[in-house]
Design a protein around this ligand. Structure first.
Ligand code: IPE
Ligand code: IPE
Ligand code: MG
Length: 251
């Protein structure tokens, strides 16, 4: 691996921040003749395994796609199942996450969510706010385009209120995104064989590496994540510059 402008070459270079598009729950269930909701249930177990494995691989931050702004197009029953799983995950796992030093942050729009989810999300963030061993960002009711629009709107509101001046810059916009303050995104992993972003982290993806793994999300865990990290470390990240051959660099 060539030198990262802001880091060391080789395994020490990361990835620090990995995003996961957890896809394939429905197909996992279908292959077993089970209702889709069982796939989502198993998907939560896979998420728990993966979050536990991440720090040992040197990862500092995981951002996972739980529910997109487009997932409202699914049948009402499935939407309500997915909301129920967030309730269950946070309620059953919050204490453990808090104990293990995980800070939980929820990305995405709060409007339109059931009011108890709003309270649960707020509690998860408050209870873990002081933790700094690991950052878990859960994108829920999240869309990359909506996030960029919200950041631009927030800046415009501040300008109109006389609290800010000047044009929108990359720094201003980035500071308004829901991922502001997390490490730069190094890697996006999508499971299930689909190869698209589906409106996830559009801004942050600019120079992230993309890895597609042919495994359905409920089957994911430590081994699959380690394999993604291995693939990432074999990549050559140039950030628009040219790779410098070691012999030339030495001379
Ligand atoms: C991903 O699995 C989970 C969410 C979108 C919440 P899917 O439900 O998209 O599973 P497939 O793609 O239909 O197999
Ligand atoms: C993306 O998966 C959203 C989540 C994983 C939460 P989808 O399954 O909704 O994406 P598409 O419809 O295949 O693009
Ligand atoms: Mg899917």
């Amino acid at each position: 691996m060539t030198a990262h402008p802001a880091g060391l070459p080789g395994p020490d270079a990361g990835p620090r921040h990995v995003a996961l598009i957890m896809d394939g729950n429905g197909r996992w269930a279908q292959a077993r003749g089970l209702p889709r909701t069982m796939g989502h249930r198993e998907g939560v177990q896979a998420l728990k395994r993966t979050v536990q494995a991440a720090p040992e691989l040197g990862i500092e931050c995981l951002t996972v796609f739980g529910f997109s702004t487009e997932n409202w197009r699914r049948p009402a029953e499935e939407v309500s199942d997915l909301m129920g799983l967030v309730r269950a995950y946070v309620t059953s796992d919050l204490n453990r996450l808090a104990r293990e030093g995980v800070r939980v942050r929820i990305l995405g729009r709060r409007t339109g969510l059931p009011s108890d989810i709003d309270a649960i999300v707020e509690r998860a963030e408050r209870t873990t706010a002081h933790n700094d061993r690991f950052l878990l960002q859960v994108a829920f009711n999240y869309g990359g385009r909506a996030d960029i629009v919200d950041a631009a709107q927030a800046h415009m509101d501040r300008v109109l209120a006389g609290e800010a001046t000047g044009p929108i810059t990359e720094d201003v916009l980035e500071a308004g995104l829901s991922t502001a303050g997390s490490p730069p995104l190094d890697l996006i992993v999508r499971t299930s064989g689909e190869q698209r972003l589906s409106n996830f982290l559009l801004w942050e993806a600019a120079y992230a590496e993309l890895i597609y793994q042919d495994i359905l999300w409920p089957d994911y865990g430590a081994e699959a994540l380690a394999d993604a990290v291995r693939q990432y470390r074999a990549r050559d990240r140039r950030f628009g510059a040219v790779a410098v051959a070691p012999a030339l660099a030495a001379g």
